[in-house]
Design a protein. Structure first.
Length: 318
């Protein structure tokens, strides 16, 4: 799978970023390791818990892990927001510079709505995608280390978990593609709605005089807005399916491990509480991956529109 094609925000970061993302990736990795290590600490503490006695070692480890996680989380979120805004600022400045060098005749070749949408909407979408990108990296690390922990406890549980996650990822990628296509289709009609609103504002006096033209423009605006609504509703349905599928699928995974495998494998129940805890740690990050579909679909669409506008500006200046 080409990650730059599926999540184009990665390619954008490599191309537009003025600083290396290695530190943020390492922090995301460290957060994932810290979160995954909580499983071992919690399972160890639960195995030695007794009335009237506190396991200071496990308690201290728990507090240290939480404190380190909070510090990493604060740094990661702050830095990723800053990187996103810097890249958005860089894109706006570069496009503005190309726009101001165009002649009036050249600018007439470009749809004004394309320019305004890129500057007001698309660059903001791009900036807001970066914190989510690094949080998804952290979630993937949690899943990987949790699976390693499960493999140590029980190989059958590991293979069941791995197969379940693989099937879920195939479903995820299929739905992500459908959402991406739907959002690209809605962009065309969004631009038409923007153009019509612009016509209403700039041709206000003429529309007040010519009622027929006023009514016709309004009908076209409502029609295109209706199409945007229908397309976006159709794009939301795959998101609902992914969220529903993820929750049902992974809780069924827990059900298989808790109810089925103990009846098929002797001595499996010895590690059942630990396996259940590990699986419960896996569910939230996997659900977050499903929830990131619309975010990355929107960012893919926004990035395409940015570079499409830039190509148009470069072409008319040749």
């Amino acid at each position: 799978m080409d990650i730059n094609n599926k999540i184009r925000i990665v390619h954008l970061f490599n191309k537009e970023g003025s600083e290396s993302g290695t530190n943020l990736v390492l922090i995301s990795f460290a957060m994932g390791v810290l979160q995954a290590s909580l499983i071992a600490v919690i399972n160890s503490a639960s195995g030695t818990a007794d009335y009237g006695s506190l396991n200071f070692r496990n308690f201290a480890l728990f507090i240290i892990i939480i404190l380190l996680f909070v510090l990493c989380f604060k740094h990661l979120q702050t830095k990723s927001f800053l990187i996103g805004e810097k890249i958005a600022h860089k894109i706006r400045c570069r496009l503005s510079n190309k726009l101001r060098k165009c002649s009036f005749q050249e600018l007439e070749k470009i749809n004004p709505s394309d320019v305004f949408m890129v500057f007001t909407n698309d660059t903001n979408i791009i900036a807001q995608s970066f914190p989510i990108l690094f949080m998804i990296i952290q979630g993937i690390v949690v899943v990987i280390f949790s699976l390693i922990y499960i493999a140590v406890l029980s190989r059958p549980a590991f293979f069941v978990s791995l197969c379940s996650i693989s099937i879920g990822m195939v479903f995820y990628l299929k739905q992500a593609k459908d959402i991406d296509i739907a959002l690209q289709a809605s962009t065309k009609f969004q631009g038409k709605v923007f153009d019509m609103i612009s016509d209403i504002i700039h041709g206000f006096k003429e529309l007040k005089i010519n009622q027929n033209k006023n009514d016709e423009l309004y009908k076209d605006l409502v029609s295109n807005s209706e199409k945007v609504k229908d397309i976006k509703v159709n794009a939301i349905l795959p998101i609902v399916r992914v969220t529903l599928f993820a929750n049902i699928f992974f809780y069924m995974l827990i059900a298989i491990v808790v109810f089925v495998l103990p009846n098929l494998i002797s001595e499996f129940s010895d590690n059942l509480p630990k396996l259940t805890a590990a699986l419960l740690f896996i569910v939230p990050p996997l659900t977050n991956v499903g929830g990131s579909i619309p975010v990355f679909a929107n960012s893919n669409n926004a990035i395409d529109k940015v570079y499409s506008l830039e190509k148009k500006l470069d072409k008319i200046q040749e």
